[in-house]
Design a protein around this ligand. Structure first.
Ligand code: PMP
Length: 428
């Protein structure tokens, strides 16, 4: 397949947009080459500016769980737009989607809508700090919670008590309040709690990590953190930006039967429009302005177009009793097929999967945390990525990303993908 027009468009974009993109991972830096410029998308397919049709395994990084240009969402947005695109005043629509979200997700009484996953996580942390009157938070190495200052903290063995900024622009003052822990290592988490007794406002986790490839929580890990939080008055924040409305109606809380104190959302909840949200029980949510002292706001928050899209998406998921089972089956089929082809071609790999989140690591050892995720063979990944692209299959342009499976995929699409993997694996 040729991607000439995309290359031209990228060259033009680079002149006026830093790196040619509005979000870094789109730039193909990790895999080389130039990004694909999309013209349109429908169902499981992307149509690019060169006229290529690609099977999409990213789906806007998660939101398009029911496929691109899902008609109820598109129709709702068009109809809403005719009524005005923003008011900065309350609408009945906001209450409708809030009530539906609260009814679908366990352990939440109230929800507030924002404009991105970053905003949701940033606001959740501020709320946790205000509520507990403590400053420090714990995050896990390799987990991503958006690009706000508190979260851009890298891993490191000396980081048990003090974080170090890994992005210029994040001050040491901010970094010192973000403590790092190792995913799936409860002894490490205990040690961080122990070293900072009664000082930790919140521990934030991706209950299934999706930002170092897909990494499931080990058995008992989330439960043990829950206990540590209960013992120390720390709030447990589930970042369900990826997992929310994807792994189950009630997200990872429902799937693992674990209660979070604050939950953050993004991606699916907005049906593809810029939406994030955070939610908790009344006691915590009532701490927010205008009821409480913790300030959080947004001119476009609860935007009618975004709420209309999100409402149709949640309604569709809520009404379909089989959706999560279907996604599980499709993704399990894909996993099995890819594993068989890679094994037959003697490629070293590990596949991690939870429901419709899946990733292929090019290393045989189990991938359970950031360290093990970093051991993957990036050269092999690059060949795999570009091999798939040549076959008309689009996966995330980095080994540290998860594939997001859409229900719009057919078994023919999956078989086509599995056969393409077979062909590429012969050359790896
Ligand atoms: N949390 C998680 C788990 C994410 O995966 C992301 C984005 N990939 C974010 C937060 C940030 O969301 P956004 O990009 O919408 O700001």
């Amino acid at each position: 397949m040729l991607y000439q027009r995309s290359s031209q468009l990228f060259a033009e974009a680079e002149k006026v947009i830093p790196g040619g993109v509005n979000s870094p991972v789109r730039a193909f830096k990790a895999v080389g080459g130039t990004p694909i410029f999309v013209k349109s998308a429908k169902g499981a397919y992307l149509f690019d500016e060169d006229g290529n049709k690609l099977i999409d395994y990213i789906n806007s990084w998660g939101p398009m769980i029911l496929g691109h240009a899902f008609e109820p969402v598109v129709d709702a947005v068009i109809e809403r737009a005719k009524l005005g695109t923003s008011f900065g005043m309350p609408t009945a629509l906001e209450t409708e989607i809030a009530a539906l979200a609260v009814s679908m997700v366990p352990n939440i009484d109230k929800i507030r809508f924002v404009n991105s996953g970053t905003e949701a996580c940033m606001s959740a942390i501020r709320l946790a700090r205000g509520f507990t009157k403590r400053d420090k938070i714990i995050k896990f190495a390799g987990c991503y919670h958006g690009h706000s200052d508190s979260f851009l903290i890298q891993a490191g063995s000396g980081a048990i008590t003090f974080g170090a900024p890994n992005s210029p622009g994040v001050t040491q003052g901010t970094a010192k309040d973000t403590l790092l822990a190792k995913y799936n290592d409860i002894e490490n988490v205990k040690a961080v709690f122990e070293a900072n007794k009664n000082e930790i406002a919140a521990i934030i986790i991706e209950p299934v990590a999706g930002n170092m490839g897909c990494i499931p929580p080990s058995k008992g890990f989330l439960e043990a953190i829950r206990t540590l939080c209960d013992e120390s008055g720390t709030l447990f924040i589930f970042d369900e930006v990826m997992t929310g409305f994807r792994l189950a109606k009630g997200g990872a809380q429902e799937l693992f039967n674990i209660k979070a104190d604050i939950v953050t959302f993004g991606k699916v909840i907005g049906g593809g429009l810029p939406v994030g949200a955070f939610a908790a029980r009344n006691e915590i949510m009532n701490y927010l302005a205008p009821l409480g002292p913790v300030y959080q706001a947004g001119t476009l928050s609860g935007n009618p177009l975004a709420m209309a899209a999100g409402l149709e998406m949640l309604k569709a998921l809520n009404a379909d009793a089989q959706i999560f089972e279907r996604l599980e089956q499709k993704t399990a089929y894909l996993e099995k097929g890819i594993a068989e082809k890679l094994t037959a071609n003697k490629v070293k790999f590990t596949i991690n999967r939870v429901g419709s989140m899946i990733s292929v690591h090019f290393d045989e050892a189990p991938v359970t945390d950031f360290q093990s995720a970093s051991r993957g063979d990036n050269e092999t990944f690059k060949k795999f990525f570009h091999g798939l692209l040549q076959e008309g299959i689009y996966i995330a342009p980095s080994a540290y990303e998860t594939w997001f499976i859409t229900d719009a995929l057919t078994y023919e699409d999956l078989d086509f993908t599995i056969n393409a993997v077979d062909k590429i694996a012969k050359q790896l």
